[in-house]
Design a binder for this molecule. Sequence first.
Ligand SMILES: [Zn+2]
Ligand SMILES: [Zn+2]
Length: 93
Amino acid sequence: MKNEGWVYKAMRPMTFAPEFYGDPPNQKVYRWRVLTEAIHELGHARGLHHCEYPGCVMYFSNWIGDTDRKGPEFCYRCRKRIERLVGEQRQAE
Ligand SMILES: [Zn+2]
Ligand SMILES: [Zn+2]
């Protein structure tokens, strides 16, 4: 791989396959990343914004390492927020 490899990766934060990053293929890692970012997008769809807490699923991933670190869990604040938002959306339906 060339020197600009790292930049190349960073510009494609939504590529989940470990082999893309020079790691061995790993279905578990792949699914973990897909799940994490799917929940992140779901959070947006429900009205959540980005979270400043790096361990929260709503943290913005600058690169795949952020996705691996945060995982698919909401932090306490985001969980409370989404419970309220989903509750309001149910009432409106
Ligand atoms: Zn986002
Ligand atoms: Zn959060």
